[in-house]
Structure formats: structure tokens, C-alpha cells
Design a protein around this ligand. Structure first.
Ligand code: M5T
Ligand code: MG
Length: 598
């Protein structure tokens, strides 16, 4: 239960089975399909009616026609009997079909809305939630609602009609016999309730265990390289075995519940039937009751159990659907923090003049990680950010790309406060190349075109050539159409970087943000990447979190960040001469690169 966006509490005694506010919101998704709901309701009446007619026809056949030897009448009833079953068949089909249609379409639009909402939510939302939990909202929780709509609701209606109908007909046919048959109902209801609660607990357990199996499995698959290199296979197998075994045991508990309760329900049913036989039979012998009525009663009682059990289920279905609704709407109610304010402007293209004015920011507003930052980058200037780990370099570029808004101060681009610019305009003018390049499954070409879908093949190739990626792409089995695998797993780290450079270049942003990769590549690739970088940075304002000596040296400005503050600024030569933190960093981080000949 990761989201507590709603006022109503789920703490009292488990999730509620009905919450009018949630149902009202859910209805917005269901009501558009009212025509199909109407059709399904008509079909439901047909199902219930034909269900009720069967036993009554038996009574008529036995008492009115068999007893009097009326062959024509008997033929008619026999034909009618099979007809009611045909009607039942057709109506059941319609009922299931139309309600599945409604359920599936609700699921479809709910998922669509949820997905597009999730896409708009800011980093802050994702910072605090594991991906698995969010995914389960879009898959499992939406599924739970669909189950309620497709199955639960319609069955509930037809179950109630059938039960009510049976009770009424029995009472009308013979009140005393009816009351005698109802003697077993308390036992039946009690058993059904006990069973329901036990089964619910058992299945909750089963769900938890299978989730554990999935989690263990997923972790092992994504970590298989590490696992094998640390020779953890046996240990992991043991861990998996444990969760797998627990899953087996949970399932066996659920299965044995069924194997106990189902025959028990049958037994109680048989007791009811024997009551009818015993009491009704005596009346038949005394001549106060007909055989047909006894037969009809037995037949009705047999049709009593299934709806009763279904009704026991509906409560669970509603409960899980409500819990799911609550969690889904809590996400939908989460407003994206980074949105266009009213009157936000789109100045078209930017020149790339960036200023930070007294910017203070913390991911948690109470714990600032950046204090009073002031900096300026003129159009086309190259700014290098250096500093120890955790100093706040990534945080500065997170603010520039407006993934977060600062708590105090402002960031100004070409004279516009970032918060006054249309988010789309800003992001279109900013290119970001991150440390761990993220490629998506698809081809090399798809990945280069990621930020500019309408790029022509010529443009793609030109961008790849400019950053020096063309050569190795050409050598790949299908050239630009070679799939890169999940997250680009088929490519080397250097290749991935070059492709991400091409991706950024194709987009042609005014401002470029680069978190330089720390992973070392071979000397040849290093030269390639450096050349590509020069090409990429040409004529753009750029902010580079620098790990290469060459990058800092060529920067127009170096900002040295420490503990959320800019502690030194200047050029390479100036800073070295100062003998401060930069000079120290240079000794530790960059010096050896000089020795290595970079
Ligand atoms: C600065 C904290 C981090 C550190 C401080 C990105 C990020 C950072 N932090 C968060 O709480 N949440 C976040 O999402 O902010 O971190 P940084 O800006 O990432 O530092 P850096 O980029 O200079 O470090 P590095 O290691 O990348 O060189 O206290 O906990
Ligand atoms: Mg960082």
C-alpha cells in the first residue's frame, strides 16, 4: 500500500468493499459503455429466468401430464425444457461477452490514462517509489478493477435474482415444505462464510509468495553477470528454492481448503435434499402433495448453492477492486510539479545565456544540497563543473534541465525565469548526455532518432559521421538497422557513448549538458570520443561535469563545487596557480591523465 493520497482510511478493518467517492470516479470510465451494460442486463434477465423455469417445467410435466397420461402435453413440456436451456446458453454468452467488453474497455482506458499521467510525473515522484510498485499499479491493480466489472457485478445481479426467485417460487408452491428446506440454509451460509475467509487468507498468502518468486527471479536475471562472477549460483539457487518452496506450500494450503470445503458443501446440500425427500415424501404418501412438487423442490435446491457461493466471492472481488481504485486514483491525483504556469512563454529558439541567481535547493526542502549558487554562462560558453563526489554537480544540471525547481533564487535563460518558459520549449533546447548512456531496445537508427523522430536517414548518417560513429555502425551486421538489445547490451560502452552523442547532435540543442563518463575506454576510442565531443560542443552553451583533463583545460570557465557551494572559479591556469581545492583535485584526478599522455 504505497500511496496514501486519499482521506478515507483503510486502517480500520482492512480495505472497504464500497466507497462511493471511488465508485463515482470509476463510473466515469464505465458509463460511456452504457449500451453494452444495458444489453448485458437484458441477457442477465434471460439467464436468470431460464434458470428458474427448468424445475417448474419438471413439476408441470410430472403432475399435469405424466400423471394424467397426456402425451401431447408431455411432448410440449419436453420441448420447452430444452428450449429454456438454449435460451440460457445464448443469454449466458451475451452476458459474458458484453460485460467482458465493458470490463476490457474500462481497463484499456484506465491504463492509457494512468500511463500518460505517469509519463508526466516528475523525478520527485519516482525518487521515492520502486519501479516494481508503480508497474503493479498499471498491471495488477487495473486488472482487479476489470475483474469486478467483467465478472463480479453482473454475476451478483443474476445471483440475487436467481436466489430471490427460487425462494419466492418455493414459498408459493408449498410454504411448509419450503420452510423445511430452508432449514439447511443457515449451515450453508455459515460454511460459505468460514470458507470464504479462509480462502481469502490463503490466496493472499499465495499472491505474496508468487510475488516473492518473481522478485527473486527478476533480481537474479538482471544480476546474473555479477552472480556468476562471484560464483553465487548455488547460493542463489538455494534462495530461490526457498521462495519457490514457500509458494508451493501456500498453494497446497489453498488447494486443501477447497478439497475439504467443497465436499462439505455437497454434504449439507445432500442433507437438504434428504429433508425434502423425507418430509415431502410423507406428504405425497398421505396424498397432500404431488410428486412433481417434490422433484421441483429438489431441483431448485440444487440450483441454490452456486449463486450463494458466488455471492461470497463478490465481496472479495469488490474489496480488492476498491483497494486498487484507491491506489490508482492516488497516482492520478498526484500533480506533476513541473508544469507550465499560466502565461508561460515559448520564445522559439534560445540563444543559450544561462544564469543562476542565489539558487538554494534540496531534494528534501529541509536539507539543502545546493546553497546560494550564482553562476553565469554566456551563449556558446563552455562551463566545466568539478568537485568531489556528492558535491552537488548533478544537482546543478538537474535544476538547469528543470527536473526540479529550486526552493530559493531563480535560474534565468535568455532573460526568462525557467518557470516562465514552456517546459517543452526548454527541454527541446537542452540536450543531455548522461554518464550511463541509456539506449532503448530497437535499432541503432531508432536510438539516434530518439529525440527527433522526423529526421531523415541522411541526417542520421550525417550526425553519426560527425561524431565518428559511422565507421563502426557500418561494420555492424545490419548497419544502422542492427538491433542494440535491451539497454544497448549488444554494444560496447564507448560505442554506446558515441551513439548518444549522435542522438544529442541530431537534436541540435542550444544548451548541452554532459555528465562525462568515468569508465575508461581504450586509447583509440578515447581519441574518437574527444573528437566527437569537440564536434558536439561547437557553438553551444555547455555544462560539463568533467572527468577528462582535456575537457577542463578547454573549458572557458571551471566551477569548483564542494558541499553544495561554488568554492572556486576561473580557468585551468588561474585555478592551478591559486593552489586551492582545484589544484588538489588536479593532483589526484587529472594529473595521471597528463602522464598517460592525454
Ligand atoms: C548532491 C543528494 C546526494 C548528495 C547531494 C542526484 C541526487 C542527489 N541527492 C539526492 O538526495 N537525490 C538525488 O536524486 O544530493 O548530490 P549530487 O548532485 O548527485 O553530487 P555530485 O553529482 O557532485 O556527485 P558525483 O558522485 O556524481 O560526482 O548528498 O545524496
Ligand atoms: Mg553526479
Amino acid at each position: 500500500m504505497g500511496f496514501h493520497g486519499h482521506g478515507h482510511s483503510m486502517l480500520e478493518d482492512g480495505p472497504v468493499a464500497y466507497d462511493s467517492e471511488l465508485v463515482r470516479r470509476l463510473m466515469k470510465y464505465v458509463v460511456p459503455h452504457w449500451r453494452y451494460i444495458l444489453l448485458a442486463s437484458i441477457m442477465t434477465l434471460g439467464v436468470a429466468g431460464s434458470n428458474l423455469a427448468g424445475p417448474y417445467l419438471l413439476k408441470v410435466a410430472i403432475d399435469r401430464y405424466i400423471a394424467t397420461g397426456n402425451l401431447w402435453g408431455l411432448n410440449g413440456v419436453a420441448a420447452l425444457y430444452i428450449l429454456t436451456h438454449l435460451v440460457n446458453w445464448v443469454c449466458s454468452y451475451g452476458q459474458t461477452y458484453y460485460m467482458s467488453w465493458v470490463g476490457q474497455n474500462t481497463l484499456y482506458s484506465l491504463r492509457r490514462d494512468l500511463f500518460s499521467h505517469l509519463q508526466r510525473l516528475g523525478f520527485k515522484f519516482y525518487d521515492s517509489r520502486p519501479a516494481g510498485v508503480i508497474m503493479s499499479r498499471v498491471t495488477n491493480d487495473v486488472q482487479a478493477i476489470q475483474e469486478l466489472i467483467s465478472g463480479g457485478l453482473v454475476h451478483m445481479i443474476s445471483d440475487v435474482i436467481v436466489l430471490g426467485g427460487i425462494v419466492t417460487i418455493m414459498l408459493l408452491m408449498n410454504t411448509r415444505l419450503a420452510l423445511v428446506s430452508f432449514l439447511v440454509l443457515p449451515f450453508l451460509t455459515y460454511t460459505a462464510i468460514v470458507f470464504r475467509n479462509r480462502v481469502r487468507r490463503a490466496y493472499r498468502d499465495v499472491r505474496v509468495k508468487i510475488a516473492n518468486v518473481n522478485a527473486t527471479l527478476q533480481e537474479s536475471i538482471s544480476g546474473v553477470r555479477v552472480a556468476q562472477s562471484f560464483v553465487r549460483e548455488d547460493l542463489n539457487a538455494q534462495r530461490f528454492d526457498q521462495t519457490n518452496l514457500e509458494n508451493l506450500q501456500a498453494n497446497m494450503r489453498a488447494a486443501s481448503l477447497f478439497s475439504v470445503f467443497m465436499p462439505l458443501v455437497d454434504c449439507i446440500g445432500a442433507a437438504g435434499i434428504s429433508l425434502i425427500l423425507w418430509y415431502g415424501g410423507r406428504q405425497v404418501m398421505a396424498g397432500t402433495l404431488t410428486v412433481g412438487v417434490v422433484e421441483a423442490f429438489i431441483s431448485y435446491l440444487e440450483r441454490f448453492y452456486r449463486p450463494l457461493q458466488d455471492l461470497g466471492q463478490i465481496y472479495n472481488t469488490m474489496q480488492s477492486a476498491m483497494a486498487a481504485c484507491e491506489k490508482i486514483f492516488a497516482i492520478m491525483d498526484t500533480e506533476p510539479e513541473i508544469t507550465d504556469r499560466p502565461g508561460a512563454v515559448d520564445p522559439g529558439s534560445l540563444k543559450g545565456h544561462v544564469r543562476f541567481e542565489n539558487v538554494t535547493f534540496g531534494y528534501d526542502p529541509d536539507r539543502p544540497v545546493l546553497h546560494d549558487i550564482n553562476l553565469e554562462a554566456l551563449p556558446g560558453e563552455r562551463v566545466a563543473l568539478v568537485g568531489p563526489t556528492g558535491a552537488g554537480k548533478t544537482s546543478i544540471i538537474n535544476l538547469l534541465a528543470r527536473f526540479y525547481d529550486p526552493q530559493r533564487g531563480r535560474i534565468v535563460v535568455d532573460g526568462h525565469d525557467l518557470r516562465d518558459l514552456k517546459v517543452e520549449c526548454l527541454r527541446k533546447q537542452i540536450g543531455i548526455v548522461l554518464q550511463d548512456t541509456f539506449l532503448f531496445s530497437g535499432t541503432v537508427k531508432d536510438n539516434i532518432k530518439y529525440g527527433k523522430l522526423d529526421a531523415t536517414d541522411e541526417e542520421v548518417i550525417a550526425a553519426a559521421k560527425a561524431v565518428g560513429a559511422h565507421e563502426f555502425i557500418e561494420k555492424m551486421p545490419q548497419g544502422y538497422d542492427t538491433p542494440v538489445g535491451e539497454r544497448g547490451a549488444m554494444l560496447s560502452i564507448g560505442q554506446r557513448q558515441l551513439i548518444s552523442f549522435a542522438r544529442a547532435l541530431l537534436r541540435d540543442p542550444r544548451i548541452l549538458i554532459l555528465d562525462e563518463a568515468t569508465s575508461s575506454v581504450d586509447a583509440y576510442t578515447e581519441v574518437l570520443i574527444q573528437r566527437a565531443l569537440e564536434k558536439l560542443l561547437e557553438g553551444r552553451t555547455s555544462f560539463i561535469i568533467a572527468h577528462r583533463l582535456s575537457t577542463v583545460r578547454n573549458a572557458d570557465k571551471i566551477l569548483v563545487i564542494d558541499q553544495g557551494r561554488i568554492v572556486e572559479r576561473g580557468t585551468h591556469a588561474e585555478l592551478l596557480a591559486r593552489g586551492g581545492l582545484y589544484a588538489q583535485l588536479y593532483e589526484m584526478q587529472f594529473r595521471y591523465q597528463e602522464v598517460a599522455g592525454n
